[in-house]
Design a protein around this ligand. Structure first.
Ligand SMILES: [Zn+2]
Length: 199
């Protein structure tokens, strides 16, 4: 079925700014090629941040290895979203936490991007809360608590590998955001903090 470009144009014209910005930064890769110019027109018409177009372009073309490395190094060199330190490269860390609430046991494996000091702090806090809140859920808490703690210790031997994986996924998944805010460090740090919180 052919897409109705006129209808899409109308729909986009009705969207609020934040929705247009969201489409531009996060959904451009999934749009039909014919729809992209409509989105760009809408951005221009409203006088939204012209860098949104850079974000769209980045999502709609293939990513080379050197571009990927450039994205990762952009992230690594940001100030830490937890403590603001800007003298140390950021790393990706997996924070494993188990929490039990009577019959419910939740096991969370959350990737976060912070400086190494904050990563250590988050890891320690996760181990403490797993010790305090993880073990008493029956039956899963009893199994998962030691697993989470052992996994955290195993992770220690492959931190560089884990960090690189987390940074790669972050760069690829958020290329639109990163490219749109390439020269806006505060926005980028806010965004990393936001993703950390969601994970
Ligand atoms: Zn920090």
């Amino acid at each position: 079925m052919a897409i109705d470009l006129e209808q899409i144009k109308k729909n986009y014209a009705d969207f609020e700014d934040f929705k247009i910005e969201h489409l531009a930064k996060n959904e451009a890769a999934g749009l039909e090629p014919d729809v992209i110019p409509i989105l760009i027109d809408e951005i221009n018409k409203r006088g939204l941040d012209p860098d949104l177009i850079k974000g769209i372009e980045a999502q709609t073309k293939e990513l080379t290895e050197s571009e990927l490395n450039e994205l990762k190094s952009k992230i690594v060199n940001l100030p830490c979203p937890d403590c603001g330190a800007n003298n140390t490269p950021l790393v990706g860390t997996l924070i494993r936490t188990v929490k039990s609430f009577i019959v419910l046991t939740s096991y969370k494996k959350a990737p976060v991007i912070t400086c190494t000091t904050c990563a250590d702090k988050r890891r320690k806090n996760a181990i403490i809360s797993t010790f305090l809140l993880g073990w008493w859920g029956i039956p899963f808490g009893i199994f998962r608590t030691p697993i989470a703690i052992i996994q955290t210790l195993i992770d220690k031997n492959k931190r560089d590998e884990i960090s690189d994986g987390i940074l790669t996924v972050f760069a690829v998944e958020n290329i639109g955001e990163i490219k749109t805010n390439w020269d806006k460090e505060i926005e980028l740090v806010d965004y990393v903090r936001h993703v950390n919180q969601q994970n």
